[in-house]
Design a protein around this ligand. Sequence first.
Ligand SMILES: Cc1cc2nc3c(=O)[nH]c(=O)nc-3n(C[C@H](O)[C@H](O)[C@H](O)COP(=O)(O)OP(=O)(O)OC[C@H]3O[C@@H](n4cnc5c(N)ncnc54)[C@H](O)[C@@H]3O)c2cc1C
Length: 214
Amino acid sequence: MSKSAPNRSRLKRIPERASYNPDDIHAILDAAPICHVAFQVDGQPFVIPTIHARLGNEVLIHGAKASRLLKHAATGAPLSVAVTILDAIVLARSVFHHSMNYRSAVVFGTGRLLDDPEEKMAGMLAISEHLVKGRWDDARAPSEKEFNATSVIAISIDEASCKSRSGPPGDEDEDYALPVWAGLLPLRQEWGPLEADPGRHSDVAIPDYLESFA
Ligand SMILES: Cc1cc2nc3c(=O)[nH]c(=O)nc-3n(C[C@H](O)[C@H](O)[C@H](O)COP(=O)(O)OP(=O)(O)OC[C@H]3O[C@@H](n4cnc5c(N)ncnc54)[C@H](O)[C@@H]3O)c2cc1C
């Protein structure tokens, strides 16, 4: 992935908010809990939400072998992946200048089925750790049947861009005198207090890696 952008991924609107730097793109992919994968089958576009992880210059996804997304991605067909993190609604003095603070990334690449068992297991671990670091070592490992029923696909980050906005509203000079409150309405995605499964084994102590979430 290069730091400049070919035409397909070059941002035209407010390009100063764009970056093609792999470090910036990776940081947004890593911060987003889920992604949306776009693909086309027989001329019909689909966009499917799914869990992901980034490993090096690839985005990993997983799911049931029979899933259309996973089956299609395994063919090496072109894919696009998007992630979006909303940070705030930007309340300007004019309706026109309302905006959002956000971080988003769009990736173009192709899928590669991980069929080497070691690489596939490492992919599953990466996806698990992306969501809840420490969970993989605690929970039961996949059985052979579960492992075989799951596909893991690595999507190459061949081309990518990210775009972000931060900071206060930008109003027209003459509007700053208006008696309209302006500023940010922040949106903080945070994990809530743990809710224990009311079923069996409720006496198991909360592990340290989960304590740090709450
Ligand atoms: C937050 C989140 C995380 C997920 N993580 C995973 C994951 O890691 N692995 C995985 O395999 N699946 C995951 N899913 C489910 C995934 O979105 C699809 O539902 C699943 O892959 C369906 O596969 P399929 O082949 O049965 O259906 P498809 O043949 O792909 O879907 C048939 C049709 O069902 C509709 N549809 C499918 N999924 C959804 C949806 N989520 N919401 C609304 N309509 C839908 C669409 O119209 C689609 O064309 C996740 C969903 C969400 C919302």
